[in-house]
Design a binder for this molecule. Structure first.
Ligand code: 17E
Ligand code: FE2
Length: 454
């Protein structure tokens, strides 16, 4: 049996000058080649004429908390806006967590993500709960959604590994029940020594069960919080480099130049990944400062320049830590441009990579990701002329394709402007940006086989 076929014509790939044609069969790319306007190939079941629109591998969410999502205001709002009150509010909500509660909220946000073109998601899940009820629910959900979204689950000990009763046991049990990644939260442990020990426990567990590591690390405006050096050293000595991620690392925004220099060298040698959550940490950090007030971000540009892989994550959608959000990756890229001051032309293009390819490296997706023959045919078509254009105008994907199937589509919706006696459509395009592309004319047809007899 041959699976349905799909063809995309005249798509523009990020960073590639020529237009390309792509063919898909049985959910995988069978060819990616320079656009041939005169091709006589038989019509596919689904034909997309991209007309110069941007085609990118899907967005990847490297850091979200789906167990807590959509609980903002329950049982109360976070009045101080700090990380610490967020943790306290969540711990009051936790006893009310049930399987159906988690499935309902997490699936709703996964639908939003799919509509945004996010087809790979790493979700943290609090395992400082003796029932592990959210963990079981997310494992169930991971299996149910796998044809559309690849979900990775981090066993995340929100209230500590050593500072929470049976924290270590719960972490291991969560791994046994199916967590893909082992987490930690060293800056939250009661002592510095426990913080160091908690990292050793997490990395040991990951090694024993052959899992990845993703620790919440140094998410505090305290220049003395220096656990990322411990995590990187463990990764380096055990040869686990790219399988290890340090998330948040906001204390790096408070370190002085001399220590930061040492750290750049260690992190780049270790090969570990960093995840910055610019939207949420801009909001959470600096809350104990008056003025001047710190931005509370990790050193994004500097670490990229040192050769460290850095990606951007959402962290929260409407929960005790952040009341807004739709998990929109282009909003993260836009926020990252501002927050990390990545306003150079190449830097803006880099922020697009930080919500696509760089985030895919965090998830260790390897050959399971990317626009290449033999790989899964998962991609987004954006009504834009370049990554910079997509970020600036915050476009919605025209089509989202998962394993060769169109799973989301959105018509562009320009404003109709009555202007000095004429009427025009406004979609914020600077006409010069469009040179050489006609992406507004992109079309899809699903009757490709019509007219042929078989
Ligand atoms: N828990 C935590 O420790 N830090 C965060 N930023 C969130 C949850 C969202
Ligand atoms: Fe987080």
């Amino acid at each position: 049996m041959t699976g349905a076929t799909l063809r995309v014509r005249a798509a523009r790939l990020p960073g590639r000058p020529d237009l390309v044609d792509l063919e898909v069969r049985d959910g995988r790319f069978t060819s990616v080649a320079t656009h041939d306007p005169g091709t006589t190939a038989a019509p596919a079941d689904v034909e997309i004429d991209a007309a110069g629109a941007l085609l990118s591998p899907p967005f990847v969410e490297p850091h979200i908390h789906l167990d807590a999502t959509l609980t903002a205001g329950e049982p109360r709002w976070n009045g101080s806006g700090t990380l610490w009150e967020g943790i306290a509010v969540w711990s009051e909500r936790k006893p009310d967590v049930t399987r159906d509660d988690v499935l309902d909220r997490a699936e709703q946000v996964l639908r939003w993500q799919a509509a945004h073109g996010v087809l790979h998601v790493r979700s943290h899940c609090d395992v400082t709960d003796p029932r592990l009820v959210a963990l079981d629910a997310l494992v169930e959900l991971r299996d149910r959604v796998r044809d559309v979204i690849g979900l990775q689950i981090v066993a995340f000990p929100q209230e500590g590994i050593l500072s929470f009763p049976d924290g270590e046991k719960l972490l291991e049990e969560a791994v046994r029940r199916g967590a893909d990644v082992v987490g930690a939260i060293p800056h939250f442990e009661d002592t510095r020594e426990d913080g160091v020990r908690s990292i050793e426990v997490a990395v040991d567990l990951a090694e024993r069960y052959d899992r990845l590591v993703d620790a919440h690390c140094d998410e505090i405006d305290d220049e003395h919080s220096r656990f990322v050096e411990v995590l990187a050293t463990q990764a380096l000595r055990r040869g686990m480099g790219e399988r290890v991620t340090a998330s948040h690392t906001t204390a790096m925004g408070s370190y002085g130049g001399a220590y930061a220099y040492k750290l750049e060298r260690l992190l780049s040698r270790s090969g570990i990944n960093l995840v910055s959550n610019p939207l949420v940490n801009l909001a959470l950090q600096g809350r104990f400062d008056s003025y001047p007030k710190r931005r509370g971000l990790t050193r994004v540009k500097e670490m990229l320049a040192a050769g460290v892989n850095v990606a951007f994550g959402s962290d929260d959608v409407m929960d005790p830590w952040f009341p807004l959000g739709t998990a929109n990756p282009l909003l993260l890229a836009h926020t990252g441009v501002v927050a990390a001051q990545m306003t150079g032309q190449a830097e803006i293009a880099e922020t697009f990579a930080m919500v696509t390819e760089r985030a895919a490296r965090v998830l260790a997706l390897g050959q399971g990701y990317g626009i290449e023959a033999g790989r899964p045919a998962s991609f987004v078509v954006l009504p834009a002329s370049s990554p910079m254009d997509a970020i600036r105008r915050q476009v919605r994907p025209r089509w989202v394709v998962a394993h060769g199937r169109v799973v989301a589509s959105a018509e562009p919706a320009p404003a109709r402007l009555r202007w000095l006696g004429t009427e025009v459509d406004v979609d914020f395009v600077r006409s010069r940006d469009e040179a050489g592309t006609g992406w507004r004319a992109a079309t899809i047809s699903t009757d490709g086989g019509a007219g042929s007899t078989d």
